[in-house]
Structure formats: structure tokens, C-alpha cells
Design a protein around this ligand. Structure first.
Ligand SMILES: [Zn+2]
Length: 309
């Protein structure tokens, strides 16, 4: 943080690209940098937290920052930054500042730039107005247009080691810390999608998939409440572990269930298994749509029960 903040203060770049996995602390670092860049009286490269700029920022209502992002309320496929939005940004950049020492244009997901909006942005990205800084984020720098990348100062958020990540998780006193850390691929800034008792219920229904267990689970874990995407993610990870165990490896997420899975994998009909996996991947694409998730979840669980012969 400090070296980036120092670079912002000296204005060593007009555009900063922060890249790294979504849970790597990238969003937190970005927010901290933006608040600092806007702060009227920073101390030791930190925002003061008290000036009018810091207060407006904390209220999410700051006139010197502009968000450049696709419109969330529209359909998923149109989650793109439009050329008109880039024009608004160029206009914003040319106007004078309100209260902060500099203006910020923030792209929380640079991959939302399509070819047209990226091209519209190139010129201003190369020569941003003085006291105007672009901050871009992406979780996959490889997918970003080279012309955009080359105009930015790039900073990668390093993946923490397992021990570092675990100590971060333990500070938050989470139950099942190690399990969830593995579940989130070693990236420590997660919120567990399920309560401990829900985790127990899910695992036991998947280990012993009876009709009764499935009905009880659907009754308890309403997808509307816990989120269909979370349930699908959980089950897809479970299925991928079953495949690992079938190949003679240990489970990678559900390590403690490896032995129990060894007894399950010999009973699986793998045609049905792969059909189920395919159905679930397909559903994942639609999990944010207001379909009847409860019914779908029930269906998936019954199909899961039927993979065992
Ligand atoms: Zn301040």
C-alpha cells in the first residue's frame, strides 16, 4: 500500500492497474488508495478519515470520483462499459476538481471494457488530465487488451502463503477455518456461505443421499435464503472431489471426507455423474435469474441420489 500511495502522491503514473484474484485483498487495497488519493489532509501516506473529502467518500457520495462500470441492473450479457460512459468520463476528467487534490476514475472490472469502449478510453488513458488518476482492477490481466495494459502502471497482488492466509482467517475466529480456506482456494478474505450447522447438514446429505435426507435438506436450506450460486458451487466442488478420490487421490476441498468418499465412488454410475455435472454447470450460468431455485435444488439432489447404483 505505502509504495503505491507514495507513487500516487508523486504522481508517477496516470493510470494504475491492480490485478490479482478477487479474494486477494485487491478491492480493499483499491478502496484504501482511493480514499487516500482524495483526502484533503493525508498524514504519513494515509487518509485522515476526518476531512470533508473522507466523509463524502465514506458516504459513497464524492464528487471527485467517477465509477466506470457496466450497469448491474441490466442483463448479464450486457455487463459492459459503453462508449457513452467513456465519453462522460472524458468530460468529467476535463472539468475542475471540487474539493480533493485529484480526481479519480475507478474501473472495478476492467474486463467490462469492450473493444469500442476500450478504444475510446485509450487516448485519455495515455495522457490523463493533470491531477486525474485512473484506477483499474481486474482478476485476469491476461484477458485485458494489451493496448490498455501497456498504458497502466501494473501492480499484482501476491497470493498469500497457506500459513499467512490461515492466520488471517483465524484472526476472524471463524469455525472450520481450514476447511473454508481450502474451499476458497487459499484466498483468505472470504465470507463463509453457510453456517456451521448448515455445512454439517449439506455434507451428511451428500454422504448419505436418501430421499428423506434430501427433503430435510431442501426444507432447511432454502436456496432463496442461502443463494443458489453457493449451493451449486458447493456441490460442484463435492463432485470434483469425488472424481479425485476415484482416481486414487485425496479430496482437495473435503479432505476430511476422503475416506467416506472412497466408499461412495465405487457405487457411482459415471454416465449419470457426468450428466449431473453438466446440468449443474449449466444451472450455474442461470443461478442469478429468478427461476424456481427450490425446485431446481431438489431436482439436482435427486439426480445426485440417482448416480449411486
Ligand atoms: Zn481526509
Amino acid at each position: 500500500y505505502l509504495s503505491l500511495a507514495a507513487n500516487i502522491q508523486k504522481r508517477n503514473f496516470g493510470a494504475l492497474l491492480l490485478h490479482g484474484a478477487a479474494n486477494s485483498g485487491r478491492a480493499e487495497l483499491t478502496n484504501q488508495l482511493i480514499q487516500f488519493a482524495l483526502c484533503q489532509s493525508p498524514q504519513d501516506l494515509q487518509a485522515c478519515g476526518e476531512c470533508s473529502s473522507c466523509i463524502l467518500w465514506s458516504e459513497g457520495n464524492h464528487p471527485d470520483i467517477m465509477l466506470l462500470a457496466g450497469d448491474n441492473s441490466e442483463e448479464r450479457k450486457s455487463l459492459q462499459i459503453k462508449v457513452e460512459q467513456v465519453r462522460e468520463v472524458i468530460d468529467f476528467a476535463s472539468k475542475s476538481r471540487h474539493l480533493s487534490p485529484r480526481k479519480i476514475i475507478h474501473l472495478p472490472d476492467a474486463l467490462q471494457l469492450n473493444l469500442n469502449s476500450a478504444n475510446a478510453l485509450l487516448k485519455i488513458l495515455e495522457e490523463p488530465a493533470p491531477n486525474c488518476i485512473f484506477i483499474l482492477q481486474t482478476n485476469n490481466i491476461n484477458k485485458l487488451l494489451p493496448t490498455i495494459k501497456s498504458r497502466c502502471f501494473k501492480y499484482q497482488l501476491a497470493h498469500p502463503t497457506w500459513d499467512e492466509a490461515l492466520s488471517v482467517v483465524r484472526e476472524n475466529n471463524l469455525d472450520n477455518a481450514e476447511f473454508w480456506l481450502r474451499y476458497f482456494n487459499g484466498e483468505p478474505l472470504f465470507i463463509p456461505p453457510f453456517e456451521s450447522y448448515e455445512l454439517v447438514q449439506l455434507k451428511s446429505a451428500l454422504l448419505r443421499p436418501s430421499i428423506d435426507a434430501i427433503f430435510a435438506l431442501v426444507k432447511e436450506l432454502d436456496p432463496k435464503r442461502v443463494g443458489m450460486a453457493h449451493l451449486l458451487d458447493f456441490m460442484l466442488k463435492w463432485l470434483s472431489d469425488l472424481l479425485l478420490v476415484r482416481q486414487g487421490s485425496d479430496a482437495s476441498y473435503f479432505v476430511n471426507e476422503t475416506e467416506a468418499m472412497q466408499k461412495l465412488v465405487v457405487k457411482i454410475n459415471y454416465d449419470k455423474f457426468f450428466n449431473l455435472q453438466e446440468d449443474m454447470v449449466f444451472l450455474t450460468l442461470w443461478s442469478e435469474h429468478p427461476l424456481n431455485h427450490k425446485l431446481q435444488f431438489e431436482n439436482i439432489l435427486f439426480k445426485y441420489q440417482q448416480i449411486y447404483v
